[in-house]
Design a protein around this ligand. Sequence first.
Ligand code: DP6
Length: 316
Amino acid sequence: MKAIARAYANFALIKYWGKKDELLKLPVQSSLSFTVDEFYTDMTVTFKDNLKKDVLYIDELLITDKKYTRIHNFMNIVRQRYKIDKYAIIESSSNVHIGAGLASSASSFAALAYAVNLALNLKLSKKELSILARLGSGSASRSIHGGFSLWKAGTDETSYATSLKIDWPEFRMIAVIVNDNEKKIGSSEAMKASLNSPFYDAYVKQSKNDLKAMQNALKEKDIYKVGDIAERNALLMHSTLLPLDLWYFLPDTIKIMNEVKKLRENNIPVYFTMDAGPNVKLITTQEYLNAITSHFKEYPLIVLKEGKAVYGKRIS
Ligand code: DP6
């Protein structure tokens, strides 16, 4: 009853921001993302007879804080859903900085859902895996898939993400690392607060239009349209936070945003998006990489291509 799985992080082009059901992690609106190749999490899960509770190691360190509680709660859901009476040792190792707005919860819970599926031999479909991963972290529902994926909000417990099957090998994101420390306000907390933002309804309304426009732009592989829609969607999401005295932008975040605009004035199709942290993800295509990266030499840069769907193997 042991398995290992790897899942890749994803970055939203149309953001998931707000839940209509906290416990079930049901989103207010649909979202769309790109799973990336360079950020991933490996999860090993070993169910054992003689354990009195779950045990969590992250990068070989025993964890007992709120990260443990979150994983333990997820494992309780697994035990309840699949009628399992065993606790497990969960070992996570990640090249994503946890809690820095680099989608660590997406890769973690997608990998954990898949490792549990293999260890318990549940034979879950992609849909069931996406639903299970969602119960750990909403955005994890999308990391079950490689490339572009769409998480339809749906109306009930079965809300899940599907692969959009868009073949666009030249599409790139570039992570510009401003600060990779753990953020003070997590995405779950911030999106909950946003529900009371005076701009929240405007965000939800616009994001429905953005989603449609984004799906068309992706079909056309039009980087100008894809980038423009994604950038405005991200700004609208972040605008819900501004009047709440909650924002993730640091001076460098704004500096990068301005530099991106300047590059566009020079006819380079490059756009930005930010999640629950100060780091910026640029959106472009392969042919413009050199022209872009030379403008951000002062920051660590990670060029991101399409990442694979979750995978793994049963060990025993
Ligand atoms: C800004 O999936 O981390 O990255 O469901 O509470 O775990 P929980 O939230 P989480 O939120 C991600 C928010 C975002 C936008 C996105 O990925 O769509």
